[in-house]
Ligand binder design. Structure first.
Ligand SMILES: Cc1cc2nc3c(=O)[nH]c(=O)nc-3n(C[C@H](O)[C@H](O)[C@H](O)COP(=O)(O)OP(=O)(O)OC[C@H]3O[C@@H](n4cnc5c(N)ncnc54)[C@H](O)[C@@H]3O)c2cc1C
Length: 435
């Protein structure tokens, strides 16, 4: 598409989005305000409005469209859950265990993963499962998002887009909520957008990672946010020559005091970083690694985990002579050539060290890489601030926080969406019970 015409289309879409937002009437008060129409906010709005249709539920979103974050998930395929959702896959396993037990009181016949799967099944989603990772059968994230939006349209919940909430303050019988109207300019207002406020008896923050600015003024324990589920940066010049090459590997990590931190098998993608002294490990296993390591830790790659040391030695010493090329049939040749010595001797470069280069290639972690595209933000509202099973903030009754806005993050594979959906369902259920 020509540049000019893409720009025109963008402008047209923006104008349409502003028009739509301006046509959405926002009441001056409501029973429940849900802030953020991502995974957790959508399910919370649907559950609360379906179980208590007499309550006024308003879903307010900063962006022009609802459910937009879902479209980017799973490389556009939406790995929407994992079955099972093991507590150990999260950063706070014991809290997750308690949370799952709370959910089990509401849905005693199903595991947490099945609760999510059955919910989407009732909406008409056909799922496919690969090693526990659940996807829509269409392998298109829009299948998941659009089913939710159809359901929302049929519900009694009201929606309002292009309205970021900027402050939530307790007031008599609820909360005073200030929001911007990002479709109505007002040069005298902060940031140049018109500001409005409404009264909500209950407020649910479902705003995703690193987005709790609206409650900064409240006295709440916030854990600083950092990106996780992203590539890991390592000290090596090798990745410059290995950029784009992949290997199935066992990846282990250790702290400087040799404490084991991580042990997982999967495909590692080598990438180069901007700095020539650094390399980058990417792929799902590296994303999971990024949740467990810090600069100074070490990563050890076993590039042939299915072979013993003896078997690797035998491969390298074919017909009694050593050559790194002997591994060309077992490893990507570029990787074998980069890691292995060209020849061996009786000194420092022995057959043992060549085998070690394949079975225990060590690298020092220097940080995380490409953090702007990290899948999850660790940190948010501390879990100590919450009451279970409702996810209500104990110090501010009537305020609830869900999904990634909480200090919960999980491994790759559907765990993060799994938690987001379930937190929305549990909270929506609790809101429906309140008078
Ligand atoms: C590229 C990518 C791929 C991913 N793939 C997967 C995957 O396949 N499987 C998986 O389990 N997880 C995946 N994740 C993680 C997953 O998307 C999130 O954990 C999950 O979406 C969190 O849900 P949430 O409802 O807490 O927040 P979000 O889905 O992020 O929704 C938050 C919503 O709140 C809105 N908002 C924010 N602030 C305000 C405000 N002040 N006022 C009004 N609205 C506001 C945002 O615009 C957004 O629409 C992926 C993440 C990324 C970035």
């Amino acid at each position: 598409m020509a540049k000019g015409s893409a720009k025109k289309q963008r402008k047209f879409a923006q104008a349409q989005a502003r028009k739509l937002a301006a046509s959405q009437a926002v009441p001056s008060s409501c029973d429940v305000l849900i802030v953020g129409a991502g995974a957790s906010g959508l399910l919370c709005a649907l559950e609360a409005s379906s179980l208590a249709a007499e309550k006024s539920v308003l879903l307010m979103e900063a962006k022009p469209t609802l459910g937009a974050p879902i479209l980017a998930t799973g490389n556009g395929r939406c790995n929407f859950c994992h079955e099972p959702l093991e507590p150990s896959a999260y950063n706070h396993p014991s809290w997750m265990e308690e949370f799952f037990s709370a959910a089990a009181r509401l849905w005693p016949k199903a595991t947490p993963g099945r609760v999510v799967q059955e919910y989407f099944g009732r909406l008409g989603l056909l799922a496919t499962c690969h090693e526990g990772r659940l996807y829509p059968r269409s392998l298109v994230a829009a299948s998941v998002r659009d089913l939710l939006l159809t359901q929302l349209e049929a519900s009694s919940a009201e929606v309002a887009t292009l309205r970021p909430v900027v402050a939530v303050e307790p007031c008599e019988q609820g909360f005073c909520v200030r929001y911007q109207e990002r479709f109505r300019e007002d040069p005298s207002a902060p940031e140049g957008w018109a500001q409005r406020s409404l009264h909500a008896r209950r407020v649910v923050l479902a705003t995703g990672g690193d987005t709790l600015g609206a409650i900064e003024g409240l006295d709440l324990p916030l854990v600083p946010c950092e990106p996780v589920l992203c590539p890991v940066e390592i000290e090596t010049e090798l990745c410059q020559q290995l950029d784009g090459h992949r290997a199935k590997a066992r990846v282990r990590a250790y702290s400087p005091s040799s404490e084991p931190l991580f042990d997982e098998c999967g495909e590692v993608l080598f990438r180069s970083s901007e700095s020539s002294q650094k390399g980058v490990l990417s792929g799902i296993v590296a994303y999971n690694l990024s949740r467990q390591v810090a600069p100074g830790d070490s990563v050890v790659l076993d590039l042939l985990p299915e072979c013993t040391h003896e078997q690797v030695a035998a491969l390298l010493m074919r017909d009694g002579s050593y050559s790194p090329r002997h591994l060309d049939g077992a490893l990507d040749p570029a990787i074998a050539h980069a890691l292995l010595p060209q020849g061996i001797d009786d000194g420092a470069t022995t057959l043992f060290s060549a085998v070690e280069a394949v079975k225990s290639a060590p690298f020092c972690v220097s940080g995380k890489a490409f953090t702007q595209s990290a899948q999850v933000s660790r940190g948010g509202l501390s879990l100590h601030a919450l009451a279970l099973p409702t996810l209500e903030v104990s110090a501010y009754p009537g305020l609830y926080v869900l999904g990634e806005a909480l200090d919960i993050d999980g491994a790759c594979g559907g765990y993060n969406l799994g938690f987001a959906w379930l937190s929305g369902l549990v909270c929506g259920h609790a809101l429906a019970q309140k008078d």
